[in-house]
Design a binder for this molecule. Structure first.
Ligand code: TRP
Length: 451
């Protein structure tokens, strides 16, 4: 079915189609690249524990809140706030989301480009036979500090994203994700089983799963909450946008639950692969940050018979997972320009893509490509703002908006359409009105002390 056949804005083909598209947005580099990096920076298992609590108590609450706003208004984030509370400043929450979406697209596509680079390396046989931790660290250094390679891969990602979004995401994306996401999941399960049976895996597992409570600090909570927002694509209007295409007869609560669950499961399993592998290679604790996943995955793959093909398969699927996320990041801004400014979809997609390309240049140059950007750690700074600060601000205002401005009653009415018996209602209301905003405000207030 074509988007045009679905009426002016169109709806997802089914509830399952929405779940696949939203999971496609959620699952991506955030799970496989960012989550393990934050775990290793923030003391291991304690981070994992706080992360899981953050997803259940706050992530789920905010996701449902965004879906409610989206489906009720059937609009992009800016239009949604204008529709529900016309002539107020609430629309700025939507603008913040649109802006954050573009910023995320800019640097996220750089990392997605790394996946292309690694796919090509794997095809060329770089990781065939005798791979060590030192070797994969060296390969990453060389690759990421070559500005031309990094930029070209980045350009390809932005190009593919613009092509798909300019065609309208609802028809194409459903088909793709339905076939490819299950494959990614199976491959990850397979790699996890392999990693857990490596000699020396135990040390990695205990780093990952045995919390050391002495490492609990404000900054762990800040980073875990930020990771939850980032990984679930929350706080920036993404779920308002995707929610606007959900049919009135679908159950929003179970949809939100599914997305939170499957996203967290994939992140959790990525950790089960990475930490045992690093321990096996003797580089647990020596490797961390942006390069972690790109050092660990070639290693684990090289320990498998037929690893050459698994490697190609893995980086290809990682790329698909990343692109289903870049698509959704671009879609937020495009939906805004199409709905609110009446731009043609094609023009909106290419122009926003071009902006992201320009904004992304410093990120592409900040892993060794250019000294200035490398020194100020541009990539990790923009990532910090886009994952920790902006979504937290957005999520805070979304909670306040529903809890105290639009009114919980109206939100519940929207949820009851498709789910007349909303059992978690009191818990959700409590989290929405009190728990989530208080935790978020606390974290934002103390952000200087934590970092
Ligand atoms: N959730 C995505 C991931 O984990 C990345 C992401 C964060 C995102 N915020 C977003 C995607 C907003 C689209 C829109 O990889």
């Amino acid at each position: 079915m074509n988007d045009q056949d679905l009426g002016k804005r169109g709806l997802w083909g089914s509830k399952v189609a929405f779940i696949f598209a939203a999971t496609g947005s959620a699952i991506g580099l955030g799970n496989i690249w960012r989550f393990p990096a934050k775990v290793s920076e923030s003391g291991g298992a304690i981070f994992v524990l706080i992360y899981i609590i953050a997803v259940i108590l706050i992530g789920f609450t905010v996701m449902l809140a965004e879906l409610v706003i989206g489906r009720h208004s059937q609009k992009n984030p800016v239009g949604a706030f204008k529709h529900i509370k016309p002539k107020t400043s609430w629309k700025f929450v939507g603008y913040l989301g649109v802006l954050t979406g573009v910023l995320i697209l800019s640097y996220y596509s750089v990392i997605a480009g790394w996946a292309i680079g690694y796919l090509l390396k794997t095809i060329r046989g770089t990781f065939r036979g005798g791979v060590t931790g030192e070797f994969t660290q060296q390969v990453f250094k060389e690759f990421s500090s070559d500005p031309l390679q990094v930029f070209l891969c980045f350009l390809v990602v932005i190009g593919i994203t613009c092509i798909i979004v300019s065609k309208g995401i609802k028809s194409g994306i459903e088909r793709w994700t339905k076939i490819l996401m299950p494959f990614l999941f199976l491959l990850i399960v397979f790699l996890a089983v392999r990693a857990l049976t490596l000699p020396g895996a135990g040390e990695g597992i205990s780093f990952y799963l045995k919390p050391d409570f002495s490492k609990l600090s404000g900054s762990v909570v800040l980073l875990a909450l930020g990771q939850a927002f980032f990984s679930l694509s929350l706080g920036m209007g993404m779920m308002i946008t995707y929610g606007s295409y959900i049919s009135k007869s679908d159950n929003l609560v179970s949809s939100a639950g599914w997305v939170c669950f499957s996203d967290s499961l994939v992140a959790f399993m990525a950790g089960l692969i990475i930490f045992p592998t690093l321990a096996f290679a003797g580089i647990l604790g020596k490797a961390s940050g942006e390069s972690l996943a790109f050092e660990a995955f070639p290693l684990i793959i090289s320990t498998i018979a037929g690893g050459y093909f698994f490697g190609i398969f893995f980086f290809a699927l990682l790329l698909v997972a990343a692109i289903t996320s870049t698509i959704s990041a671009l879609e937020v801004a495009v939906a805004f320009l199409v709905d609110e400014r009446n731009w043609p979809r094609v023009k909106a997609a290419w122009l926003v893509g071009l902006c992201a390309l320009v904004i992304g240049i410093p990120s592409a140059l900040s892993t060794g490509g250019m000294q200035f950007f490398t020194k100020i750690r541009f990539l990790s700074k923009i990532d910090f703002v886009c994952a920790n600060i902006s979504p937290a601000v957005g999520a805070f205002f979304i909670c306040i908006f529903i809890g105290y401005v639009w009114g919980v009653k109206n939100a519940i009415k929207e949820i009851h359409s498709g789910n007349p018996r909303f059992k978690l209602q009191p818990v959700w209301i409590f989290s929405l009105k009190f728990l989530s905003p208080i935790v978020i405000i606390f974290i934002l207030y103390f952000i200087k002390t934590f970092t």
